[in-house]
Design a protein around this ligand. Structure first.
Ligand SMILES: CC(C)(COP(=O)(O)OP(=O)(O)OC[C@H]1O[C@@H](n2cnc3c(N)ncnc32)[C@H](O)[C@@H]1OP(=O)(O)O)[C@@H](O)C(=O)NCCC(=O)NCCS
Length: 193
């Protein structure tokens, strides 16, 4: 698998205020646990996920697994801390699904919801896939149909809705469906991203 060295930073997107500021992706660290736990412990952060809400040991285990994935060969999972300046505001993840298909997911500190950071992080993840993996043809993402914020995020970055997969995950209150969204390489390139 190609692992080209690409810059982890991109210019602050048009969704953000504050000219000249930048967002960055970096490998997560164990020391991120207290910060990530601030939102991973909140029920609203995992409302539509099979995990959570996290106890502190769950957050530490998540980071341990994420770090182990960074060292796996071949690497199939990339978990990033998303920073604005020195401030960790979210976590973004890329998963290998096949030689040409990668899947993104993301979560933002609940304190910062609704400020455009989710949209910017999703864009950053898509750019990361297509820049770092020359065989990548398709980036996909799924969301619970009830997760309006996540679906709007995928729509805002230009992903296309393909359909709904039924009963993909069992949540605390029953089975959830997953809307499947994707972006192809030429769509990403034609947007000049
Ligand atoms: C989904 C999530 C990442 C969105 O992050 P965010 O920083 O709030 O997103 P943005 O500010 O970029 O907003 C993106 C869109 O969602 C909308 N939105 C944000 N919060 C919303 C809410 N609570 N209800 C409805 N729409 C909402 C925004 O208005 C925007 O849509 P618009 O362009 O039509 O106005 C964030 O809510 C989150 O971390 N949720 C918990 C984890 C999760 O569900 N992750 C997704 C699964 S992979």
């Amino acid at each position: 698998m190609a692992r080209a060295a690409v810059p982890a930073t991109v210019a602050y997107s048009r969704d953000m205020n504050g000219p000249g500021r930048e967002l960055a992706l970096r490998r997560v660290r164990l020391e991120d646990a207290p910060r990530i736990h601030e939102w991973a412990s909140r029920p609203e952060a995992s409302r539509y996920q099979a995990w959570g809400p996290h106890g502190y040991s769950d957050t530490v285990r998540f980071l341990q697994d994420a770090l182990a994935a960074w060292d796996a060969d071949p690497q199939r999972r990339w978990v990033f801390g998303a920073e604005r300046g020195a401030e960790l505001f979210g976590v973004g993840e890329i998963k290998w699904r096949s030689p040409s298909t990668f899947e993104i997911s993301y979560s933002i500190h609940a304190q910062y919801w609704g400020q455009g950071l989710g949209t910017s992080l999703a864009r950053l993840l898509v750019a990361r896939v297509f820049s770092a993996h020359e065989d990548a043809e398709r980036v996909q993402a799924t969301c619970d149909p009830r997760n309006v914020a996540s679906e709007r995020t995928l729509q805002r970055i230009g992903m296309i809705h393909e359909g709904t997969l039924r009963h993909t995950k069992r949540l605390r209150d029953g089975w959830r469906d997953s809307r499947m969204y994707s972006m192809l390489r030429d769509e990403w390139e034609s947007e000049g991203r």
